[in-house]
Design a binder for this molecule. Structure first.
Ligand SMILES: [Zn+2]
Length: 296
């Protein structure tokens, strides 16, 4: 295999650095402007399957937001109660690392997904890239693991609490429907959601988790905030993102300017070596640089 040309590799690193800087400012502006009301997050958490969850206003918004940031088109591919998986076909982020083969590269996408869940949805958790085009996989995939307690607190509302109390009192579905002023099918649908959350077992009796929640979890949280969902101001968010990325662009153009291109090629090779050693520059590109070393 031909060794990648240091010069072009370094030039590409500079270009990637510019794009990463733009992405980072787009992410921070997008997340700052996208707080989602708890009742909308709850709708997503209560979805029984991926298709239903993919159709929520919240997920539609999320897909638009991440596309606007410049990360490609998010698909929701799994929604377990504490775990959400996303896929991006042909992600623009993986293309920032043209010399990396056999390694996952899109940590910035994983981090921004985790940050969206924790800051905008109030659901803290961790994110990792589970498949990556640069690792030879067909597409990039990301798994978000959420803190269970936060999910329970967000997912269960007053109706759920009433159902839990009624079940604790030994009421049957018919009685529960009556006290909720619902038809029995609707009450059953709500009880199936509690089954999915392991609050109720297959016979609609309380599980151990359900009893623990009843004992300790029910009173937590308190008054819930309500405000306009961010998708009502999508144009405003888009403008803020565009403004921040053009600022980042101007900034990286100014800082990456003439000096680098005035020197001789051999100096640039040295500069590339220096850059590999230098902490300040290497920070953003560290994953790329490490992998470049491993390729040789
Ligand atoms: Zn990737």
């Amino acid at each position: 295999m031909e060794k990648p040309n240091e010069f072009s590799s370094f030039a590409e690193s500079i270009a990637s650095l510019g794009t990463l800087t733009k992405l980072e400012s787009a992410i921070s502006v997008a997340i700052k402007n996208s707080k989602v009301p708890p009742k909308e997050t709850r709708k997503l958490l209560k979805c029984m399957n991926t298709q239903e969850a993919g159709n929520t206003a919240l997920f539609q918004f999320m897909r638009q937001l991440f596309e606007k940031i410049g990360m490609g088109q998010l698909q929701l591919i799994r929604n377990d109660i504490f775990r959400y998986d996303f896929a991006i076909e042909d992600s623009p982020v993986h293309k920032l690392y043209p010399h990396i083969k056999g390694k996952k590269t899109c940590y910035i996408t994983a981090e921004s997904l985790a940050s969206f869940f924790s800051k905008d949805l109030g659901l803290p958790g961790t994110a990792e890239e589970t498949s990556c085009k640069n690792a030879g996989d067909p597409r990039c995939e990301f798994a978000i693991s959420l803190q269970p307690l936060a999910v329970y607190q967000m997912a269960l509302d007053e109706v759920d609490k009433t159902i839990i109390n009624e079940v604790m009192d030994g009421q049957n579905t018919e009685k529960i429907a009556e006290s909720l002023d619902m038809v029995e099918e609707e009450a059953l649908y709500r009880m199936n959601i509690l089954k999915r959350y392991k609050i109720l077992d297959d016979e609609y009796n309380m599980t151990e988790i359900g009893e623990t929640y009843h004992k300790y979890g029910e009173g937590m949280g308190g008054e819930e905030e309500d405000f306009t969902p961010p998708w009502k101001d999508m144009a405003e968010i888009s403008n803020a993102i565009s403004a921040s990325t053009s600022f980042a662009e101007a900034f990286t153009e100014a800082t990456n300017g003439e000096k680098i291109w005035d020197v001789e090629e051999k100096d640039i090779v040295n500069l590339a070596d220096e850059a590999k050693k230098s902490k300040s520059f290497a920070e953003l590109l560290s994953k790329q640089i490490k992998s470049d070393d491993m390729e040789e």
